[in-house]
Design a protein around this ligand. Sequence first.
Ligand SMILES: [Zn+2]
Length: 266
Amino acid sequence: MFAAINWVRYCYKKMKHRINILFLTVVWFVSALFVLDEQVKWTIAITGSIVFFLVLSAGVFHFPFNYFMKATHRFSSDRVLLTFDDGPNDHSTAQILDALKEHQIAAVFFVIGEKAKAHPELIQRMVNEGHLIGNHTYSHPPLFAMLSQRKVSEEINHCTAAVSAITKRKPVMFRPPIGYTNPNIARAVKELHVRPIGWSLRSFDTVIKDPVALRKRIEKSIRPGMIVLLHDSLPQTAAMLPELLASLRQKGITCATAEELKQWQS
Ligand SMILES: [Zn+2]
């Protein structure tokens, strides 16, 4: 009995998409063959299809669901890992690097390839100060979930080329734009051997424009071991970071160090 439960749990963790397809097939099969009443038959089939599409949508849009591929959403120790997406840029990345340096904290920057190309000095500074560079595609396509596997691979490869031209090292970690996943993205990730990294705490810094409100929201939800999603492209994130880091220190919540990050990546 326990073996059967464990098997189902294993399959669900590994193949949520296949389990969902199986669910839809069973619903249609049962309603078509065993339900005689026409109205009940269609009610079961339509309800089952709606559930299938809701689960599928959650899989595409909610990265921590691990629906199409398994990603890392928690840090390996009790420390907090801060991650910054969508940079580098000349108005807030340096400010963020200053705050991290003052508190001797290392972070992961999921950079956009074309921005890295435009600001090689910021990429070099990140590396010099013990931060890790992750791949966040070359151009951050807004319709990333609609691209073919070939286009997804191109986006990842071009970003890798832009970063490694500066750092002489290929980024190992990958975060898809907007956290989209689908079978094409999952296959590209597997073929290119990049490690998908998600998050356990979304700061919502793209939505909350007020730095104080943003800091308070993060302070309220942050817990040891979390990976926090932030954006170094946003002025409100840069504005609240020094105070956030000071208040975390006061509360005894520690963030990753350069040494720890190095071990985590290898
Ligand atoms: Zn992004």
